[in-house]
Structures are given as structure tokens and as C-alpha cells.
Ligand binder design. Sequence first.
Ligand code: CAA
Length: 380
Amino acid sequence: MQFELTEQQRMIRDMARDFAAKEVAPQAAENDRLERFPADIVKRLGELGFMGMNVPEQYGGAGLDSLCYVLAMEEISKACASVGVIMSVNNSLVCWPLEVYATEEQKKTWLTPLAKGELLGAYCLSEPNAGTDAANQQTTARQEDGHWVINGMKNFITNGAHADVLIVFAQTNPELKHKGIRAFIVEKTDPGFSVIHKEEKMGIRSSDTAQLALDNIKVGPERVLGEEGTGFKIAMSTLDGGRIGIAAQALGISAAAYEAAREYAKQREQFGRPIAKFQAIQWKIADMALRLEAARLLTYKAAWAKEQGGRYSEEAAMAKLAASEASHFITNEAVQIFGGNGYSKEYPIERHFRDAKITEIYEGTSEAQRLVISSMEFRK
Ligand code: CAA
């Protein structure tokens, strides 16, 4: 076991840190306030190779390992968690299933431009009645004259209003339950595709989260992703990688809040001395540092497990659970250390606090992560 980063991993982390500080952080507060989608930053992420980090170079990606992706996600999310989730969805939830399940032709058509950042992707699993119960897909796909006709509604879709390409899950045979689900590639220009509603959110406000209507969308066989009966497995295995990305996003939010609180505690004076001199603050700093480091180790281990080639559902669930709950704890304590200033929009702490909450909900709630962990444990 060794805990040193490779030269390449350090280089990617430093490149992401530099870009985040110079180009992402200066816009973060204003984009959050205005709920403004950071299109210029997303374009730059593509130019830097950050939209398809693990995709092989032959398909337009950067060909980097999973830890490079985690390190970059952490740095970008530290500056702006909204940019983090836009990047995470494109990398983990769209490029990854295309890389693993798409045909050569599909890879050329969709994966390459998505990995280069020329197109933006979204992942459409959630529905009004299929949140944690993801197998309960009400969106249907029926065969008609050699085509598929897709009908349904998708909810809480990150990048939904801006995506060019969408991975859509639909039920093809309800009697088969989850084994009847298939995955399809839909384009925003397909007749019948529309954005019904954009969510107004507590946090990650400059990323877009949309409700989508799929109204008799007609697609050819070249738009089916994977074999018959494999859609649910594609959805779940994709989320394993997605959860590592969200864990990294939570690490970035935590690191931003923790470091700001630590520095504030050294400067802020009450009762004639810096508040860092009080044990009440020292214990908070210790607990925050401990939880951040523990979550980071689990997240890096999950990235390592993904590289090993076997199933890594449990490592990914543990990383996401630990990192998201740590970010809830750490951002809450950071607000407390900042006191009234932590509650004010003058400082970024309240944004980190609002952004942290979603990491306990999307790509599987904390309760769903506990289900995954316990089901893997009982198999031992
Ligand atoms: N990899 C491969 N196969 C998997 C798998 C995985 N990670 N997880 C499950 N499967 C397979 C199982 O082996 C099983 O296969 P068989 O039928 O052949 O035995 C099949 O899938 C069904 O598995 P389960 O019985 O465990 O499925 P379940 O319906 O009981 O679900 C669950 C369990 C943990 C609750 C799961 O549904 C789940 O993770 N729910 C949360 C969904 C989620 O994360 N939604 C977020 C959507 S994305 C998002 O947030 C939007 C965004 O844009 C960011």
C-alpha cells in the first residue's frame, strides 16, 4: 500500500486547482445568486480534457485513471459545486456507460464529442415515481416498424435543459420488471423531447436540474444502448462510478468550508484572543479534519477499486455515504465557527452549506447507500 500520488496525478490536481482558482471561483457566488449556467466554464473544461477524463484517447478522452478524475473533481467542486456536478454527470453517468456498453459506431457518434466537451450529456433514470425505487420505471419504449417509440417523464435531471445527448432508461416489458428495462440514446433535437420545468433549488443553483417530457420520441435501433434485459444493470453499474464522482464533489465542498473555517478561527478575536485558542473551536477543527480525511481515504480507495476491474459497488457506496455525511457535518460546523458571518451571503460558507445537502440525496440517498453496503456485507 502506498499513499503517494503519482507525478501525473499531482500534475492533474495542480492543473485543476489552478483552473478552479483562476476561472471557476471568481464566478461561483454570482452564478449561484443568478442561477446562471456556467456555459463558458463548461467549454473550458472540455478544452482541458476534464469532460471525458477516463475515456481512452482514441475516443477523444484524456485517458487518465479514476484517481485523477477524483482529484480534479475535488478541486473544481471546492471552487464551485455546481460546476462539479455538471462535470461529474458528463464523465461518470454519460461517457462511462457509452465507453463500456456502446457499439463502435455509437462511440464514434456520441462518445467522442461528449468526451471532448463538444456535446454535453445527461442521465435520465429518475421519474416522479422512480426515485430510490429506480426499477419502477414508468417511461415506456415500444417497438413499431423497426423503430422504438419512447414515452414518459423524467425528473431532477442534472444538465437536463442544456444537454445535447441523454441516456434514457425505459421499460420495454413491465412483466419482466427490472429485466425489461433498456437504455436508449436520445438527442435534444429529437421531435417529442421537451424541457417542462427547471427546478429552483436550495444549492448547486448554477447547475441545471430539469423535468423532461418524452412524447412519442421515435428512435432507430442504432440508439439502443446494450443488450436486451440489461438496462437496469447499466443504470446501477453506471451509478457506482457516479457515486465516486459525487463523493469527490462532497470532498471539495468540505475542504472549502473546512479550510475557510480554520483560517477564520486563527484571525477572528473574541475575549481578547483568536477563537482558535478556545477548546470549543479546537474540538470542532479536529472533528472536521478527521471526517474530511476519513472520507478522502474512502473515496481514493473507491477510485483505486474501480481501476481493479471487478465490482466496486460497496466501495463506491461507502465513499459517497462517508463523504456526503462529512460534508453535511463540516459545512454546518463551518457556519457555526463563522457565527453571524457564516449565515451572511458576504461569505461563501452559507453556499457551501447549501451545496452540501444534495450530496446526501442525488445519485442515491444515504439510505440507498446503506442498502447497497448492507446487501454486499450479507453476501460475505
Ligand atoms: N452493478 C451491476 N448490477 C447491479 C448493481 C450494480 N451496481 N446493482 C444491482 N444490480 C443488479 C442486481 O445484481 C440484480 O440483478 P439480478 O436480477 O440479475 O439478480 C438487479 O440489478 C436488481 O438488483 P436489486 O434487487 O438490488 O435492485 P433493487 O431494485 O432492490 O434496488 C437500490 C436496490 C439500492 C435501492 C437501487 O435501486 C438504487 O441504487 N436506488 C437508488 C437509485 C439512484 O441512485 N437514483 C439516482 C438517479 S441519478 C441522479 O441522481 C440524477 C442526476 O442527474 C445526478
